[in-house]
Write a protein that binds this ligand. Structure first.
Ligand code: ATP
Length: 239
């Protein structure tokens, strides 16, 4: 049986920079899978390549048994939503408009879109209080919640998150990761997270991969990697 998501021998370049080198990984339905690594290891590139936002030189991405097209719009229509690094919400649109924007390509009935809207507001009550506020005036944490809410409004089969903790206060990061776990637990949402904050990313992950200068160097359960002395030393600041 084919995997939910399967990335096979992916190679991606920026000009002469070989940013991803034969990267292979998989995700099963219902899992949280994290990819951790240092600055410039290739984490964003990996997510962008999966989401059709960066051209692939060679290799394949197969999703639900189908080889993915390499354009962002088509990939989203197939059920993969990306919460990009730096959130990229629309600053001049209201919170409600930001959420509705990603439903334009949906072809299912209005009622299911309304149901998802209510679910997003139930998950992030702060957004309900601010539906008419412009996105650009939200705090960093609220903007991250809006970016996640916007991705969920596309009703994705796979939610990909690029560096969700970036620029957020620790207490807000904890709150956000709690929501990520809740989404997975209560909705069965499959989630892929790439993160520099290896501790949190490994803590919430069923399975995880370590990426170093464009190559996958380790894989295992989140718990096994968290307890591994070499990972602790290199990525968790534990000596
Ligand atoms: P960070 O945690 O700092 O965001 P990352 O692991 O997400 O890092 P990438 O952004 O995927 O890393 O970058 C991987 C490599 O590709 C780096 O060497 C980076 O300099 C290079 N790179 C990324 N984007 C571009 C680009 N648009 N043009 C040229 N090189 C790029």
């Amino acid at each position: 049986m084919s995997k939910f998501l399967e990335v096979d021998s992916l190679n991606v370049y920026y000009g002469g920079i070989h940013a991803l080198q034969d990267v292979s990984l998989y995700i099963d339905e219902g899992e949280i899978v994290s990819v951790v690594g240092a600055n410039g290891a290739g984490k964003s590139t990996l997510l962008r390549a999966i989401a059709g936002d960066k051209a692939i030189k060679s290799g394949t991405v197969t999703f639900c048994g189908e080889r993915l097209p390499h354009t962002a719009y088509e990939t989203m229509a197939k059920g993969i939503s990306l919460v990009p690094e730096g959130r990229r919400i629309f600053p001049n649109l209201t919170v409600k408009e930001n959420l509705i924007v990603s439903t334009f390509s949906r072809k299912d009935p209005k009622e299911s879109i309304e149901r998802d809207f209510e679910e997003v507001l139930a998950l992030f009550p702060r957004l309900r209080e601010r539906l008419k506020q412009r996105g650009g005036t939200l705090s960093g944490g609220e903007q991250q919640m809006l970016a996640v809410g916007r991705a969920l409004m596309a009703h994705p089969k796979l939610l990909c998150m690029d560096e969700p903790s970036l620029g957020l206060a620790p207490i807000i990061v904890d709150e956000l990761f709690e929501k990520i776990l809740q989404l997975n637990r209560e909705r069965g949402q499959t989630i892929m997270i790439v993160e520099q904050n290896a501790f949190l990313a490994l803590e919430v992950a069923n399975r995880a991969y370590v990426i170093k200068t464009g190559s996958i160097t380790r894989e295992g359960t989140g718990a096994a990697l968290l307890n591994d002395p070499s990972i602790q030393q290199e990525y968790l600041g534990i000596q």
